[in-house]
Design a protein around this ligand. Structure first.
Ligand SMILES: [Zn+2]
Length: 256
């Protein structure tokens, strides 16, 4: 694949970076990312994934836009209230760049549909709001050998990690959280609150970590840092890395 003159102009600031370059930009144009959750994390993540020229995006969310989302979910406006997030987000991408392919899936991801929804992805970015979906996404990524960027935020704390649990020496998301949350719907945002700019920071950093994975093997920026969780403290503010160990008995990625 090569980039036409209009694409070269659009992505000039990437291409001039030695750590991305033309080779890296072509890799991004050829990538398919599935975004699970088009909310507080997914909305800014989507803006930077689309702006980066990720060639194909699949946007997944079962929720409709509520007035309380507008405080942090930056792609939505008051005229979108009540509409499905995944469809409005796909419309945003179409307005933003006609050169990208975009699909929407208005569904909640669980064990019953994860394999189908994530099929064919080069990377999954999960910014959803519940553990049951996160674990189903992680298990399916391991099964299908798809790298996963997982991002979460609550109040002033954020967590972002790249996982490649299908690799023999790499942990998966389930190694990190265990099995206790399979049946839980743990949307604490409504009860605990969250600062809008904080989810923006976490979502944007998640997009950056996803791009690292997509550029691995193509450009110098691409050290995917699999198995390293970045803990972001918005109050301090600070960011520190934490290495996650692979659990040999893990239900998702262990030898079972
Ligand atoms: Zn695991």
């Amino acid at each position: 694949m090569s980039l036409g003159p209009d694409r070269l102009a659009r992505f000039a600031r990437h291409i001039v970076l030695p750590e991305v370059g033309g080779t890296g930009q072509v890799a991004l144009a050829g990538a398919h990312v599935v975004l699970v959750g088009c909310g507080g994390i997914g909305s800014p993540a989507l803006q930077y994934l689309a702006a980066a020229g990720i060639g194909r995006l699949t946007l997944v969310d079962d929720d409709a836009i509520d007035v309380s989302n507008l405080q942090r979910q930056t792609i939505y406006t008051p005229s979108d209230l009540g509409k499905p997030k995944a469809e409005v987000a796909a419309e945003w991408v179409r307005r933003f760049d006609l050169g990208l392919k975009v699909d929407s899936v208005v569904a909640r991801v669980g064990g019953d549909n994860a394999d189908q929804v994530l099929s064919g992805a080069h990377l999954v970015l999960d910014g959803c709001d519940n553990f049951a979906t996160r674990l189903a996404v992680s298990d399916s990524c391991v099964k299908q050998a798809i790298p996963l960027t997982s991002a979460a935020v609550g109040r002033f704390q954020g967590q972002v990690a790249n996982f490649a649990g299908h690799l023999p020496d790499q942990p998966c998301y389930r190694c990190f959280v265990g099995d206790a949350f399979d049946a839980q719907d743990c949307d604490t945002c409504a009860a605990d609150g969250v600062l809008g700019a904080m989810v923006g920071m976490v979502g944007t950093f998640a997009a950056m970590q996803a791009i690292r994975v997509l550029l691995a093997g193509h450009a110098a920026f691409g050290d995917p840092q699999f198995g390293t969780l970045h803990l972001i403290d918005g109050m301090a503010p600070s960011m520190r890395p934490l290495r996650i160990a692979k659990d040999p008995a893990c239900k998702g990625c262990g030898a079972h």
